[in-house]
Design a protein around this ligand. Structure first.
Ligand code: GCW
Length: 687
């Protein structure tokens, strides 16, 4: 049986278990859409998706009716429409606009499953949930589920360029563009929208935050008809389209000589621009902006600040309900490595915190989870929650730029959960990032979570089959951050690789351990950045050490780490609220895994684990490789239980991961042995 992985987790394989098949078929023979509900838009999508899934899993599509004719059926309904479904649903008031219920109802004459919500989108989500249950072999005869998403914005950012390349893309080329054109085939885009809607994504920015020449024209008449086509496909699945814009649009395409945000001509140009965009795309989401960051233009050129810049765009989008997602990844990327007083980790907070309260209501500051840049391990950005009067949202990276580039397995849900569960204490205990991003610590008007996509036009979307788990898991997690990593991994595995217990066991446990394995053979104790410059895959310990990027480890013959303390370092630790500020600042209290992020210590420093820093480096690097070998062995046991194509493909990638892990182990261990002169206590081979 061959398999290219294209269906990802929406495989809908024929149900083999006889009992289940009979149960599902009993309920799914008739699909009722109450009379009076127009069969168009997202509701139509929901009905089509349900029929498609049922046909594929049960062998026969349901008959679609307006009035039930069978004793058992499934009914889809938008609540509040005055149909009988309203009563049957039992007045669920707790539902948000995107929330839904799945309920098995038994009356004297009939029995049915209701999949309903207050909006069409909610019904679509209910349908995908029901299909997920059936795909996982769950019982559906006693349903009583009420689901509402934790976050109102659940987004994906693409770093796709119009030439077809994807910045930090590890899965082929763009599905949206090629050769400086928008691709005309909508099928792949529709399949992508299905995958995203099935896990609740409701907003997608379709071009790179680094907006080059060609992409600058996406907001012009030349390309808006093409963009509108994509928006329409997204719209069928309840997804709003966003565009990254070039801050200097007035100069690059507007024929003006300035992009000064306080200049009336500049403001007027953006207002007209917004009007034009909304003429083509009535439900356009808004603009995503990387300004004054990594050589991108921005308001600084005109002596203005980020609030001036963001508000200018916000004012233009406001009449249409559009949003400005303004990135906080702002730092000096031309740093002199000799300068020990500048600390890149401080930059976002230093730039944005003083501007609290100055941003318009439809601006959201988009903040990367860590203060540096999507490293394997970083503390949570101290900017989270530090601005009481400014909307904020989280930015994660599903693309594995620094975490194995979809050659190595690194399941990121555990990392994101740690970030979300981090207590900032900004309003006392319980001020977790999870709650801040939901707008429930400070009363934000807009908030949520976004992440950089890991897909491309590879047949299986994500390069590595197992990297699909990050995409799936991201959607599930930001719908409900209380789900455990294990639940998410297990749900993904059963849908994607079937219900075999051995397959499940290996996949779930390998995924759950993979982040720590990757951390072990790459970056010890929060140090980061020992990667090949520019590519960011594979080791180059000093690759960034004398560079302009502000990313140093300061290893010498005595010790390693970045002193970010108040007394002797950059003072970064003080950007946190107590007790975090004190914990990170203190050599004794700082957690081991972040030690080298906050402190410069001798190799002989003893960790809480009881080991010295140097022995920890050796041990983790040996262990990392051993665990990759272990999981290769476990995966091999699955031969014959997983289809041949995917089995071979994953085997190939795992062998590559092993090579990478060995390279990291040997280079890191050798480097630090040569620097420190301290031998491995266990006398293993170090070169
Ligand atoms: O992580 C860095 C990446 C850049 C990226 C930048 C950003 C889109 O190496 O490729 O540019 O972050 O987030 O803006």
């Amino acid at each position: 049986m061959g398999d290219n992985g294209y269906a990802a987790w929406l495989r809908y394989g024929q149900v083999k278990d006889e009992t289940r098949l009979e149960q599902y078929a009993g309920w799914m023979g008739e699909l009722v859409l109450p009379a009076g509900v127009p069969m168009e838009g997202i509701l139509k999508t929901a009905a089509v998706e349900l029929s498609r899934g049922i046909r594929s899993m049960l062998g026969a599509a349901p008959s679609v009716t307006h009035e039930p004719s069978r004793q058992r059926f499934i009914v889809l309904g938008v609540l509040g429409g005055g149909t009988w479904v309203d009563d049957a649903a039992g007045g669920v008031t707790a539902l948000t606009n995107e929330g839904y219920l799945l309920k098995t109802v038994r009356e004297a004459e009939k029995e049915y499953i209701i999949a309903a919500g207050k909006s069409e989108k909610a019904v679509l989500y209910a349908v995908f949930h029901l299909l997920r249950l059936m795909q996982s072999g769950a019982a559906i005869d006693q349903l009583n589920l009420v689901e509402s998403p934790k976050y109102s914005l659940r987004m994906i950012n693409h770093w796709d360029n119009m030439d077809g390349s994807v910045e930090r893309g590890y899965s082929g080329r763009s599905i949206f563009y090629d050769n400086n054109n928008v691709l005309s085939d909508s099928e792949r885009i529709r399949d992508y929208a299905r995958l995203m809607a099935s896990v609740g994504i409701n907003g997608i920015a379709i071009n790179n935050v680094n907006v080059h020449r060609e992409e600058t024209f996406l907001i012009t008449e030349k390309l808006l008809p093409d963009v509108a086509r994509i928006a329409e496909v997204f719209g069928e699945y309840g997804i709003k389209l966003f565009l990254s814009v070039n801050y200097a649009g007035t100069i690059e395409i507007g024929g003006l000589e300035t992009a000064d945000p306080l200049d009336p001509a500049v403001r007027g140009w953006w207002k007209e621009k917004a009007a034009e965009v909304y003429r083509y795309i009535p439900d356009f989401g808004g603009f995503l902006v990387k300004a004054d960051s990594e050589n991108r233009p921005g308001p600084f050129t005109y002596g203005r600040d980020h609030a001036d810049g963001a508000n200018m765009l916000a004012e233009a989008l406001e009449p249409y309900g559009g949003l400005v997602l303004w990135r906080c990844f702002v730092y000096n990327c031309h740093q002199d490595w000799r300068d020990r007083s500048t600390d890149r980790a401080r930059a976002a907070y230093d730039h944005f915190k003083p501007l609290d309260g100055r941003f318009k209501d439809n601006v959201i500051l988009q903040i990367k989870n860590g203060p540096m840049d999507f490293q394997v391990r970083e503390p949570v950005s101290p900017l989270f929650g530090a601005m009481e009067h400014t909307n904020q949202m989280m930015e994660f990276q599903i693309a594995q730029e620094y975490t194995g580039q979809q050659k190595d397995v690194c399941f990121l849900i555990p990392q994101w959960k740690e970030v979300l569960n981090f207590d900032t204490y900004v309003k006392g205990a319980g001020s977790t990032v999870k709650e801040i991003a939901a707008g429930s610590v400070h009363a934000y008007t807009h908030s949520g979570i976004t992440a950089v996509s890991n897909i491309g036009n590879d047949e299986n979307w994500t390069g590595h089959h197992l990297a699909q788990a990050n995409l799936y898991g991201y959607g599930c997690l930001i719908w409900n951050p209380e789900l455990s990593s294990e639940e998410i991994a297990a749900e993904w595995a059963v849908q994607t690789f079937g219900g075999n217990k051995d397959v499940q066991e290996v996949l779930v446990n390998f995924l759950l351990e993979s982040w720590s394995i990757y951390e072990n053979y790459t970056a010890p104790l929060g140090v980061g950045w020992m990667v090949t410059p520019h590519y960011h895959y594979g080791p180059d310990i000093d690759g960034y050490e004398y560079s302009k990027w502000g990313t140093y480890h300061f290893a010498d013959h005595k010790g390693i780490g970045v002193d970010r303390t108040v007394a002797t370092g950059t003072g970064y630790s003080s950007q946190y609220t107590l007790p975090n500020a004190e914990i990170y600042d203190s050599l004794e209290a700082c957690p081991d895994e972040l030690l080298l992020f906050f402190h410069h210590v001798p190799y002989t420093h003893r960790l809480k684990s009881g080991k010295t820093v140097i022995q920890h480096i050796y041990d983790t690097h040996f262990a990392g490789v051993e665990r990759v070998e272990y999981w290769i062995g476990r995966w091999q046991e699955l031969e014959g239980l997983v289809d041949g194509d995917r089995f071979r493909h994953v085997t190939g990638r795992m062998n590559r991961q092993l090579e990478n892990a060995k390279q990291w182990r040997d280079i890191v261990n050798t480097y630090f042995f040569r620097k420190s002169g301290i031998p491995d206590a266990r006398n293993r081979v170090i070169y």
